[in-house]
Ligand binder design. Structure first.
Ligand code: HEM
Length: 190
């Protein structure tokens, strides 16, 4: 396992996502999480702009994904689809037709395929997995980063794991843009 310093080394890239017309492959091809360089910066600016425009009030007894859906003007019932998509978001996790169908329902709920739709779904799924991990950790009374490991492609083309023990929200260009919200939510759980 490599240290978090590689997250600031441009020779280590995120897993790439080639252009795709639909499903999870489409989502990955349009979010900052699976690209690097100027395109990542452009997509990330869209995410940050969207996040700034939202009013999300942390609530210790509410489901973070339902609260985020509400802030985005989407129905709480879409939480099941967010869960299905989040489970298949990373390319190394099991892919399925069910997850692709859930993604398409979220795209429809957002009004169709666009940069803004990709940014909205990206926020939902990134927040969902990480906040779920945080809540599970709190219930178990466990310490350490809620998301313990991430991945990069090393200069020799191999996939490497990166230890997030000293960087629970990452480092470098892909640092978590939801950190302030996550910390505000963690604070009300205490
Ligand atoms: C305890 C809660 C959270 C933890 C521990 C966490 C952790 C992380 C980490 C480690 C990364 C970087 C991954 C990498 O570089 O490989 C990341 C990225 C990201 N996070 Fe979070 N996160 C949390 C909550 C949230 C929330 C609430 C949101 C949105 C509202 C969010 C949105 C994102 C997005 C969009 C990215 C991708 C950024 C990019 O690739 O440029 N996260 N998160």
């Amino acid at each position: 396992m490599l240290t978090s310093a590689v997250l600031e080394d441009p020779r280590y890239r995120v897993p790439p996502a080639p252009p795709a017309a639909s499903g999870l492959a489409w989502l990955r091809s349009r979010v900052p999480r699976f690209c690097d360089g100027p395109e990542q910066a452009r997509r990330r600016a869209g995410i940050e702009h969207l996040l700034r425009s939202l009013t999300v009030i942390p609530n210790p007894v509410a489901d973070p994904s339902e609260v985020l859906l509400g802030a985005l003007g989407l129905p709480a019932e879409s939480a099941d689809d967010v869960d299905l998509v989040a489970a298949a978001y990373q390319p190394h996790t099991p892919q399925s037709a069910d997850a692709d169908a859930a993604l398409e329902r979220l795209v429809a709920a957002c009004g169709g395929r666009s940069d803004v739709t990709a940014a909205r779904i990206c926020l939902l799924v990134q927040a969902h997995a990480a906040m779920r991990a945080l809540l599970a950790q709190r219930r178990a009374g466990a310490a350490g980063p809620p998301v313990p490991v991430t991945r990069r492609i090393a200069p020799d083309g191999t996939v490497v794991e990166v230890d997030l023990a000293d960087a629970p929200f990452g480092r470098g260009p892909h640092t978590c843009p939801g950190r302030a919200l996550a910390e505000a939510w963690a604070a009300v759980l205490r």
